[in-house]
Design a protein around this ligand. Structure first.
Ligand SMILES: Nc1nc2c(ncn2[C@@H]2O[C@H](COP(=O)(O)OP(=O)(O)OP(=O)(O)O)[C@@H](O)[C@H]2O)c(=O)[nH]1
Ligand SMILES: [Mg+2]
Length: 368
């Protein structure tokens, strides 16, 4: 499957229906009043996040989305029918930007979440609205308004909690295949993986967490070399990085530094993300040399170093135990931060409540 994670499209809300000019014609009533109804509202274009979609591929082919126009108002004060909304399904993790204004309109994260990207125009008022003492027979009505029109840029950022990063050929795909049901291509040459692979890894409790195997990063990735920008962008939303390092490579320390430099050069908080180093392919190197690599690494990185062999699954249990522990700690810290925020908001609301204040407001002192 082709992985399309950016698209430019046009969306247009429907035009509102025109208001109607008409007059009542009733038997025995010589001059009936105005009875033109309002036009219906134009339909809107609405995005909806769909958990079953993985890419923005569909937007390669369909680029213009237009909602129906509202119907014009009728006689006898009948309002015209509203135009039908167009609901467009997008993958979870889609960020929607207005191209002209260069601003973020919204971020569709959870399944079912909706965002109106082009509102339909209002229907025009019918002539019944213009009846007044001075004008008993208004001959005019308002036209419906145009719907909103926008050029959008859609950008998909994967919603994975854990990002598996490393140089090409480090064993990232082998690791995600060992941990999850994902079956990416694995081969003994660099750049086997060209699009991120997602895999759901089960905790001992049975809950699933999404891991992403990010295609190999290389020197210059932060400057866009080797699709680097595309891949680094996906790491932005992960909570934890698993840095896979091939201990059998010529210079694992230099390899580690290449990735660190790219994370730092890209910025946007990638360097601040919690990181675990997985020294991979330990089945193919003697233990003493692995310890030397680890000692050297720890001179400039305080990330924990675990020894694994993704191919033979050695060390994976210990690695995952640490991953779950860190994710649990982060979730607990988030919950605590949320609880404190709510307490703070509650305290502020109480302070602002006039019934809790002795200070006179408008000359009156409230007391509870
Ligand atoms: N001996 C040994 N070989 C491994 C291990 N893990 C991966 N390999 C081999 O290393 C090679 C590269 O593995 P991949 O999983 O494709 O590496 P990758 O990091 O996904 O590479 P790219 O997709 O190119 O970035 C393959 O030949 C794997 O069989 C390991 O633990 N031990
Ligand atoms: Mg791969």
């Amino acid at each position: 499957m082709q992985f399309i994670d950016q698209a430019e499209i046009e969306v247009q809300g429907g035009k509102g229906g025109d208001g109607m000019v008409s007059f009542r014609r009733e038997k025995y009533v010589p001059a009936g009043g105005p009875s033109g109804g309002n036009g219906g509202r134009g339909g809107s274009v609405i995005f909806e996040a769909d958990a079953n979609l993985q890419t923005l591929l569909d937007f390669r082919y369909a680029r213009i989305f237009k909602a129906d126009d509202g119907k014009r108002g009728g006689s006898s004060n009948c309002t015209g029918a509203n135009g039908k909304d167009v609901v467009v399904q997008v993958p979870c993790g889609t960020m929607v930007y207005d191209l002209e204004q260069d601003c973020l309109l919204g971020d569709l994260v959870s399944p079912g979440q909706r965002l109106c990207v082009a509102a339909g125009g209002k229907g025009g008022l019918g002539n019944q609205h213009f009846l007044s003492n001075r004008n008993r027979a208004p001959e005019y009505a308002l036209p419906g308004l145009e719907g909103e029109q926008r050029q959008l840029r859609l950008e998909l950022k994967l919603l994975a909690e854990v990002g598996i990063i490393g140089l090409p050929n480090a064993g990232k795909s082998t690791l995600i295949a060992a941990l999850s049901a994902a079956r990416p291509k694995i081969a003994d040459y660099p750049f086997t993986t060209l699009v991120p692979n997602l895999g759901v890894v089960r905790k001992p409790t049975g809950d699933g967490t999404v891991f992403a195997d990010i295609p190999g990063l290389i020197e210059g990735a932060a400057a866009g070399i080797g699709l680097g920008h595309e891949f680094l962008r996906h790491i932005e939303r992960t909570r934890l990085l698993l840095h896979v390092l091939d201990v059998t490579a010529g210079d694992p320390i230099a390899d580690f530094r290449v990735i660190e430099q790219e994370l730092a050069a890209y910025g946007r908080g990638l360097m601040e993300k919690p990181q675990i180093i997985a020294l991979n392919k330990i089945d193919a190197l003697d233990e003493e040399m692995i310890r030397e690599i680890e000692a050297e690494l720890q001179r400039f990185s305080d990330a924990p170093c675990l020894h694994i062999s993704a191919a033979t699954r050695r060390g994976l249990d210990d690695l995952m135990q640490l991953v779950w522990q860190w994710l649990d700690e982060m979730a607990a810290a988030d919950a605590e931060a949320q609880r404190l925020l709510e307490l703070e908001l509650q305290a502020q609301a109480e302070l602002n409540n006039p019934f809790n204040s002795d200070v006179p407001i408008d000359g009156v002192t409230y007391s509870s």
